[in-house]
Design a protein. Structure first.
Lengths: 324, 496
């Protein structure tokens, strides 16, 4: 009865998210203003480009994580996928001298396949998402260690100038990785809000049983969600090897936690069905700004971790307040 | 305990929910509270139990004016509330559930398990329940779980127990037990405020009835001086006649043939036909396998064996999508768990099974709006607009959303599982009208319902399940309710 009183308007595709997003944007601007006051180098063009470049890798992984979390699942294997894909592409270029375009396509395909394996374990074998991806996280990492024998691949830009270009290249003032970071956001936004798949994804996360009984093939939706997460981790792997010009077998360790943090700061509900990819974009930037700003101020990385944790707390609590 | 409520007003923001409500519950009285969904019953209960604070008016207990500021105060005054949706923790035992949040402690702050066990045992005995207090809640029937909630209220020394739709999920036998317990407690001086949509229960149990409509106090009547028609009139403000109508005659054309359906442990040997433009009722006790058959027919559960023919053609249905492609729609029993995505807007829910109809490359939001507005109008859904989240709708309106989402798929066969459960009488009538309208349009309907009057009133034929088998299909009207009921309880053999 009193339910009809608290009239909340909202449609998942619009309206509802604005306040949340602007609240987040305010947090991002506030942090930026804070760092600018303490260190004027923060607001230089070079540094802003740098922040976007730094945020792009975590951001892409977090985009994929958003899909999985919207489904009410989790993907712990993203860091391991990054390492395995990075290793494949690096070796194809350096060791086998394969054209970089083909190497990248193969890397992206591997990402999709690893994602599909995750999806099948969750949707077909019916393992708990946490456990399923904990398993693959270990196995994918193990495979990387086996084939690398624990050794890194270095000097990728010597074998393929394109890899170097990915990192250094710009269109106007925009670094290539920033263009990818923002461009992919646009594509994913359309995918989530303008396609049948997007609706089905939100529905599956919102109430899987109701979605299944509404003729949605929820298993397929889940597998696709994990495939997207795998694919985006692979894209992140390409940016990773270009940025660091090398790949170590332990690359991307802990990447899943940064990605989850970005998604959570972005206001996506861990129980699924609710959230926005634009929130994740800003969430990733907030983490990027924090890392960058704290480094500029010369704050020890030990303290940085604590501060990052507190900012996550702030964002999540503020978000919760808004919902009450 | 005598509770007197006078001129209670309560508003949330600009919306006035209670506009001056009176209610007097005498000592050891069973007082029924009736009204359509949205009439203000729940809010009144929440004011009485201390969940909400009244804006104005007075509450007095045994002549003394009091202010109930929070739930705890309400409990200390002896007011207990048994929720419509049970708040039990299934994995925990009866004792743990009963003492949840007020566990007894012995020395050194450890749990005093013995004392809790004894107290639980005593109160269970008082309720004539012979269950081990250590039994896990999940092993009890819904009916027994309900009793445990009442036991909990008794242990709190409740003088007024508020029961909100307590029989919604109970079998007839469980209802009988519940009623005898209520009467027994009444003799011991406990008062009850009984909220229910079920007329026959109200008449059987209560001494007085208070009716609310749109937050207003309509009146209090002595139960034995009033009849059903008058009560409905008080609730709706208009006379409702012909609650059940059965329009149109079905054709002889078979649209669906189900043969030898079997799923071990659930049902076996189930065969029936469905004709074009027919309403086939499914009656039977809870757990007799009716819902499971429908899930198998819809592909949401797997059959062990059995065949389906649609319009004379053998058809395989392995998943809901197959059913959809063959023109079958299924309004499931539990709208919150299975029917709706509560965080979605009305239009997003309505369009869900039909999304493919409104897309080229991208989904066409304009068309979705058009469709959902059309459905909202057609089914008279009361809402602010199609962007409203369904979790903020009343039960009856939620049910209409589930219906409209399936009507939008233009089904040939529509399965309805308990379509009016927990829905007030006004919305019920509207749902019956929708069923008849669909039937006139040539849709074939399977109606599963625990309300016998509903099945009998709307159906052209009635199939009765007994002991996981289809015992008999009654096909001559008027149906003999007595025989249907006996078949459900005792099987076909009973009819000699």
């Amino acid at each position: 009865m009193d339910k009809s009183i608290k009239i909340k308007k909202g449609n998942l595709a619009n309206k509802k998210g604005y306040i949340e997003r602007f609240g987040l944007a305010a947090l991002l601007l506030g942090l930026s203003g804070f760092f600018t006051m303490l260190n004027s180098n923060f607001i230089t063009l070079y540094n802003i480009q740098n922040i976007f470049k730094q945020s792009a890798i975590n951001g892409l992984i977090a985009y994929g994580m958003t899909f999985v979390i919207l489904l009410g699942c989790i993907d712990l294997s993203v860091g391991s996928i990054l390492a395995l894909v990075g290793y494949l592409v690096g070796n194809l270029i350096v060791l086998f001298q394969i054209p970089v375009g083909i190497a990248i396509i193969m890397g992206l395909m591997l990402g999709i396949i690893l994602g599909i394996i995750n999806g099948c374990l969750v949707a077909k074998v019916k393992l708990q998402p946490f456990i399923a991806t904990l398993i693959t996280m270990t196995v994918y990492r193990g495979i990387t260690l086996i084939i690398s024998n624990g050794l890194p691949v270095r000097n990728l830009d010597k074998a393929s100038p394109f890899i170097g270009l990915l990192n250094k290249g710009k269109v106007g003032i925009f670094p290539i990785s920033m263009i990818i970071f923002v461009g992919v956001l646009g594509i994913l936004w359309v995918l989530l809000h303008k396609t049948v798949f997007g609706r089905h994804l939100y529905a599956t996360g919102g109430n899987e049983e109701a979605a299944r009984l509404s003729t949605i093939q929820t298993s397929k939706i889940k597998i696709k969600g994990y495939a997207i997460s795998g694919f985006l981790s692979a894209v992140a792997a390409i940016l990773y090897i270009s940025r660091y010009n090398s790949i170590y077998p332990n690359a991307g360790q802990g990447a899943e936690l940064d990605a989850i943090a970005a998604v959570v700061i972005g206001g996506t509900s861990m129980s699924g069905g609710k959230g926005l990819i634009t929130g994740t974009f800003i969430g990733a930037l907030i983490i990027g700004v924090l890392n960058n700003g704290l480094n500029l101020l010369g704050i020890s990385s030990f303290y940085q971790e604590v501060i990052k944790g507190l900012v996550i707390l702030l964002a999540v609590v503020a978000d919760k307040r808004k919902k009450i | 305990m005598k509770v007197e409520v006078k001129g209670i007003k309560k508003s949330f923001g600009k919306v006035n929910v209670l506009k001056g409500v009176d209610l007097t519950i005498d000592n050891a009285q069973i007082h029924a509270l009736m009204g359509e969904n949205g009439a203000g019953k729940s809010t009144l209960i929440k004011v009485l139990t201390g969940v909400h604070q009244k804006d104005s008016g007075s509450v007095s207990i045994d002549g003394i004016k009091i202010d109930i500021k929070n739930i705890k105060e309400g409990q200390e005054l002896g007011i207990a509330y048994v929720h419509q949706e049970l708040n039990v923790i299934k994995e925990l035992s009866i004792i743990d559930n009963i003492f949840l949040g007020r566990e007894l402690r012995g020395t050194k702050g450890m749990l005093d398990i013995k004392a809790m066990y004894d107290k639980t045992l005593r109160v269970l005995k008082q309720l004539n329940l012979e269950i081990d207090p250590k039994t896990a809640m999940k092993n009890l029937s819904v009916g027994s779980q309900q009793m445990i909630e009442i036991a909990k209220a008794l242990l709190q020394d409740a003088k007024l127990i508020i029961l909100d739709e307590p029989t919604a999920a109970l079998t007839n036998k469980e209802i009988d037990i519940l009623f005898s317990i209520i009467r027994k407690l009444q003799k011991n001086g406990v008062s009850f405020l009984y909220v229910s949509h079920r007329m026959n229960e109200i008449f059987e149990l209560s001494q007085k009835i208070t009716v609310l409509r749109d937050g207003k106090y309509i009146g209090t009547e002595i139960t034995k001086d009033i009849n059903e028609d008058r009560l409905v009139e008080m609730m709706t403000g208009k006379t409702v006649d012909n609650l059940f109508e059965n329009k149109g005659t079905p054709s002889k054309e078979k649209i669906l043939e189900v043969s030898n359906f079997k799923k071990s442990g659930q049902f076996e040997d189930v065969s029936f036909d469905l004709y074009k433009g027919e309403v086939l009722g499914f009656s039977g006790l809870m757990g007799s396998g009716r819902s499971e058959i429908m899930h198998c027919l819809f592909g949401s559960e797997k059959l062990d064996s059995g065949r389906i023919k649609i319009e004379g053609k053998d058809t395989k249905i392995e998943k809901p999508l197959d059913a959809y492609k063959n023109g079958i729609a299924f309004v499931t029993e539990d709208r919150k768990e299975q029917g709706l995505i509560l965080n979605f807007s009305i239009s997003d829910n309505i369009i869900l099974p039909s999304l493919k109809k409104v897309k080229n490359l991208f989904v066409d939001d304009k068309k979705i709006k058009e469709i959902s507005r059309k459905q909202i109008k057609k089914l008279k859904v009361r809402c602010t607009d199609d962007n409203q989240l369904v979790k903020n709708l009343s039960g009856g309106n939620q049910q209409k959303i589930v219906l409209s989402k399936w009507i939008e798929t233009n089904p040939k066969i529509l399965i309805l599982d308990e379509p009016t459960r927990g829905v007030d009488i006004g919305a019920k009538k509207e749902i019956y009208d929708i069923i008849n309208k669909l039937k006139e349009d040539g849709v074939s309907i399977i109606l599963v319902s625990s309300e016998l009057s509903e099945v009998v009133g709307l159906s052209d034929r009635v199939a009765v399940m007994h002991n996981k088998k289809l015992a008999k299909i009654f096909d001559t009207k008027p149906f003999n309710q007595d025989k249907i009921l006996k078949t459900a309880f005792l099987g076909e053999d009973y009819i000699g």
